[in-house]
Design a protein. Structure first.
Length: 104
């Protein structure tokens, strides 16, 4: 806990005074990212292969080999990117809460 208090002391006052504004911006970006992530996940087609998935059968088609270049591949990458952005923004938000609590 003393490392956190030490970090809070070495951070300039103008930075800690701007934390409430930074938190509002982070919350707005989190909401926008959450909505975008929800839309991307809901827009993805299902990956179920029916009964063939139970037996381990896989169709080796042109579509399966070029899946990364398709719309489905782009949606999958967007899901990963939005998830990482959401995680990083959440960590930053809670770091600002630890360094400069709301009650102070």
């Amino acid at each position: 806990m003393s490392a956190i208090l030490y970090a809070a002391r070495i951070i300039p006052a103008w930075v800690t005074n701007s934390f409430p504004i930074i938190r509002v911006i982070l919350i707005v970006v989190m909401v926008i990212t959450a909505v975008a992530l929800t839309v991307v996940v809901l827009a993805q087609p299902s990956n179920s292969e029916g009964m063939g998935a139970l037996g381990g059968q896989s169709a080796d088609t042109f579509y399966e080999k070029n899946k990364g270049r398709s719309v489905e591949g782009v949606m999958k990458r967007l899901t990963i990117v939005f998830g990482i952005i959401m995680a990083l923004i959440s960590v930053l938000f809670f770091v600002t809460l630890v360094i400069y609590p709301v009650g102070l």
